[in-house]
Write a protein that binds this ligand. Structure first.
Ligand SMILES: Nc1ncnc2c1ncn2[C@@H]1O[C@H](COP(=O)(O)OP(=O)(O)OP(=O)(O)O)[C@@H](O)[C@H]1O
Ligand SMILES: [Mg+2]
Length: 434
């Protein structure tokens, strides 16, 4: 395991190790695993530190992007796999594997199935290269009795990094707690007093959302110059659990964030946009309406403290009632770092809390929702009526969504992150049907 900071040369080290293995072992089978299919192709294989840059050109016979297969002159083959699709690793066997950015692998079972198939040859090995994060998958690898760890920091490779890149990474993280992770490659412990842990988020993480009863896009407008605008889409599923569907936050001008939020609202066919009005007053609403007048907008006012607002949501996470659909790295980093003592308001977290409070009816209706969860088949006429309305809403949504994979509804499991390559009606990468 190469556990190191940004730009240390992790990817290059993985590519070099793989190239070395291929050179020494003709006719071998090698697995290349990255967080998504795009990461494997663009970074691990075609990237500037990737395999094609490192292998002697005469050794490469063919790189078949459609199949994700790299064939070498000495008869060896490398196979590309995305950590979003552990099932594709069930069955194939390998002599060697390289996994990049392990800490960003969405599905922990990818690691288990990769190990199970690593059984060809006398001494199968896996090289993992990652900036670490306090996630179960990283801890599991580090605890493995035969794991050998190599550590390093951004500074170790500073001479080989483009100055702009090095300056940007150092400016963002130097001197901060996250810097110990992102620059020094240290595996951080959970933050004492933080409302969330990555383990809780991981345990409830799902690859796909079920049918949604309600979807909202929540916005936390920037309070001051350097702040990000939080733009997070969340929903309540038919199971009445919360689902985090998208995070489109970032640094934007008002016109840009409004457009992004409205685009997301349309993309997910959301019910409304929820905005905090403390800073911008009517401006916030007006900015969104300038993009599209018809978008329903719910304005919320922060009266209680941030922690008071966030606590009930964090409890729902602990209970396994809120699921992230995929990985939202920046949002999750903010969630696990933030404590009430931190003055700085994490904008993505604010948007998340506003959104979940709305879809889970955790404002004034919280007590009602708790009751509802315990009595899903209530005989109370008012509740039965509401249930019938919910069911009707789901059916309507299903009809609308019939063509899209995101909300299920019988559409086969197309991986939304996959760049599909069709063979007949099925995708060779994610196995989904069109
Ligand atoms: N041993 C080396 N000699 C010369 N250049 C190197 C060496 N190792 C890495 N580099 C260069 O340093 C840069 C960063 O390398 P690489 O992309 O492998 O880092 P990384 O740790 O994977 O970065 P990231 O955190 O962005 O994933 C690349 O331009 C790469 O070519
Ligand atoms: Mg890399």
């Amino acid at each position: 395991m190469v556990q190191a900071g940004r730009g240390f040369g992790k990817t290059r080290a993985g590519a070099e190790a793989t190239s070395h293995f291929l050179h020494e072992h003709p006719s071998s089978r090698v697995a290349l695993v990255g967080p998504t299919w795009r990461d494997v192709r663009d970074t691990m294989i075609e990237g500037e530190s990737g395999l094609l840059a490192v292998l002697p050109p005469r050794e490469v016979v063919k790189w078949n992007t459609s199949l994700g297969e790299l064939t070498l002159r000495n008869g060896s083959k490398c196979f590309a796999y995305a950590a979003t699709q552990p099932d594709r690793l069930r069955g194939p066997q390998h002599h060697f594997a390289w996994g990049d950015e392990l800490a960003a692998w969405e599905r922990a079972e990818t690691w288990d199935v990769l190990l199970l198939g690593l059984r060809l040859g006398k001494d199968p090995k896996v090289v993992l290269t990652t900036t670490p994060k306090p996630r179960a998958i990283v801890r599991a690898v580090l605890k493995h009795p035969r794991c050998v760890t190599v550590r390093g920091s951004t500074y170790d490779n500073i001479d080989n990094l483009p100055p702009d890149y090095a300056a940007a990474v150092l400016a963002q993280y130097e001197g901060s707690r996250m810097g110990r992770q992102e620059i020094m490659g240290e595996l951080l412990e959970d933050v004492e007093g933080a409302l969330w842990t990555l383990d809780d988020i991981d345990k409830a993480r799902v690859p796909e959302a079920p049918d949604m009863l309600k979807v909202v896009v929540a916005i936390d407008p920037a309070g001051g110059g350097a702040d990000e605008v939080g733009i997070v889409a969340v929903g309540m599923g038919k199971d009445r659990h919360g689902y985090v569907l998208a995070d489109r936050s970032g640094h934007f001008t008002p016109e840009r964030w409004a457009k992004r939020a409205v685009d997301l609202y349309r993309e997910l066919e959301a019910d409304k946009i929820v905005v905090e009005r403390n800073y911008g007053g009517d401006m916030v609403k007006a900015t969104i309406q300038a993009v599209d007048k018809r978008v329903p907008i719910s304005e919320v006012v922060a009266s209680r403290g941030k922690r008071l607002r966030a606590e009930p949501i964090s409890t729902r996470y602990e209970q396994g009632l809120v699921h992230h659909v995929g990985v939202f790295t920046e949002l999750e980093d903010q969630m696990i770092q933030w404590t009430a003592d931190t003055e700085d308001s994490p904008d993505r977290v604010d948007a998340l809390v506003w959104g979940l409070t709305d879809v889970l009816n955790m404002g004034q209706g919280a007590a009602f929702l708790d009751y509802w969860k315990e009595h899903p088949l209530s005989t109370n006429p008012a509740e039965s009526k509401r249930q019938a309305q919910d069911e009707a809403a789901v059916r309507q949504l299903q009809r609308k969504m019939g063509r899209g994979p995101r909300f299920g509804g019988g559409t086969p499991n197309l991986d939304p992150k996959c760049e599909h390559r069709w063979r007949g009606d099925s995708c060779v990468f994610c196995g989904g049907q069109r």
